[in-house]
Write a protein that binds this ligand. Structure first.
Ligand code: RFL
Length: 397
């Protein structure tokens, strides 16, 4: 089989890219190692930035999120000093978030991709990108082809390969094997990410700073809520019973002071280590990356899925230039187009991480670190300038 673009991975990045390519008359095939039910059932992100909603709307991919997504314009901070709400929809650029579970977006994107006549192979694990990956000048649109080996199946060849296969995928591995470097940071913090069958307990997103560690509340749907509990690195989710989760959430979210949480069965619990990295160049030759494959961003500011949409949009345009018009300048500029925006998101995400997580312990440095954390929170509570900065970066991409 031959395609214009072989897309590896059917997450938000690969599916947005596939839909945009089909819309531009470029044939593609998506290889996805999991089965369809697994991909459509994977609950992860929920917060879509205005930019993502714009891209999805302009490309006919937003019917579900416009019908069922919820607009959020406020978030709330709690700490030992009380609580306050930031009406970020009225600050900064005045942009809201749209809350729409990632798995529902993925479901919509798969349905639309198939409706557009696209081919997607579930259960097809790409093993290796062979041939010219990384070997040619960026963007060169010659007749060369690149081959993807599929475990237990026939090879698939195309003019380009888009690695949209997440941060442990083969796309990234192929580029780094050719010498592409990565900048990375381990934030040294982990979260127990819990999904519960209960309505949200707060109007908005809630961030709780606590000496026992951060706790977060994120609305998902009327019946499902996500909570986060900062936990030590290496924590086994099995150590967290439902009772322990609700007790700890109640302490950190200060329910004695601010009212109880709506409880429900725990649907999922997983530990996420907060790590970030960025490939210094998200592609070369015939292999180009988008989404987590090109860079992993810690979930502290909910940017990951939004960067995936941004990069898929930029890459679709660049690949269209190369394949439909023989013009490789878009591919040559892909890194320069996305990296500054990616780094802005990382900078803010890092800033958020510093706001949400204070150092543990009672030594001089830990107390200094926690005092800075509260000074940052106090500045956010009282300074309109700081609030505008926050809102612009919180909702922006
Ligand atoms: P994905 O979604 O990981 O999809 C990659 C796909 O590639 C497949 N794959 C392969 N297929 C074939 N052959 C191979 N060799 C393959 N290797 C992998 C995988 O099966 C998978 O289907 O990457 P993509 O498309 O780049 O999308 C990235 C986002 O999923 C991710 O950034 C977000 O979920 C991050 N994130 C959040 N982002 C937000 O913007 N807002 C949020 O509120 C938010 N909350 C979150 C999050 C991530 C979380 N976790 C689980 C880390 C909350 C959590 C808990």
């Amino acid at each position: 089989a031959q395609a214009g673009v072989v897309i590896v991975g059917a997450g938000p990045a690969g599916l947005v890219l596939g839909n945009l390519l089909l819309d531009r008359g470029i044939d593609c095939v998506i290889l996805e190692r999991r089965d369809r039910a697994a991909v459509e059932g994977r609950a992860r992100a929920g917060f879509l930035a205005a930019h993502s909603v714009r891209v999805l709307t302009e490309n006919g991919l937003a019917a579900g999120l416009l019908a069922r997504g919820k607009t959020h314009t406020t978030c709330l901070f709690r700490s030992v000093r009380g609580q306050f709400t930031l009406d970020y929809g009225k600050l900064g650029l005045g942009e809201p978030h749209t809350v729409y579970p990632q798995q529902e977006l993925v479901r919509d994107l798969i349905a639309e991709y198939l409706r557009r006549g696209g081919e997607i192979r579930f259960g097809a694990e790409a093993e290796e990108v062979a041939g010219e990956a990384g070997g040619e000048a960026a963007g060169e649109a010659g007749e060369g082809r690149v081959r993807v080996r599929v475990r237990g199946g026939a090879d698939v060849t195309g003019r380009y390969v888009a690695g949209c296969d997440g941060h442990r995928g083969i796309g990234r591995a192929a580029l780094t094997a050719h010498g592409t470097r990565t900048a990375r940071r381990d934030h040294g913090v982990s979260w127990l990410a819990v999904l519960v069958a209960a309505p949200p307990s707060l109007e908005a997103v809630g961030y709780a700073l606590h000496e026992r560690g951060f706790a977060g509340h994120m609305a998902r749907t009327a019946a499902v809520t996500r909570y986060y509990l900062q936990c030590p690195r290496g924590t086994d989710p099995a150590d967290w019973s439902e009772d322990r989760i609700w007790t700890e959430l109640a302490i950190r979210l200060r329910t004695d002071e601010f009212g109880p949480l709506r409880q429900g069965a725990v649907l999922e619990k997983a530990v996420v280590d907060l790590r970030s990295d960025v490939l210094e160049s998200p592609g070369a030759g015939r292999l180009w990356l988008a989404g987590d494959a090109a860079g992993l961003i810690s979930p502290s500011a909910a940017k990951g899925a939004n960067l995936a949409v941004l990069q898929a949009e930029l890459l679709a345009r660049a690949l269209e230039g190369a394949l439909a018009h023989g013009d490789g300048t878009g591919l040559a500029r892909y890194a320069a187009d996305c990296l500054p925006r990616v780094w802005r998101a990382h900078e803010f995400s890092h800033w958020m991480s510093g706001l949400l997580h204070g150092p543990a312990g009672e030594d001089d440095e830990a107390r200094y670190g926690r005092a800075l954390q509260y000074a940052r929170l106090e500045s956010l509570r009282t300074s309109r300038t700081h609030q505008d900065f926050f809102a612009e970066n919180y909702t922006g991409i």
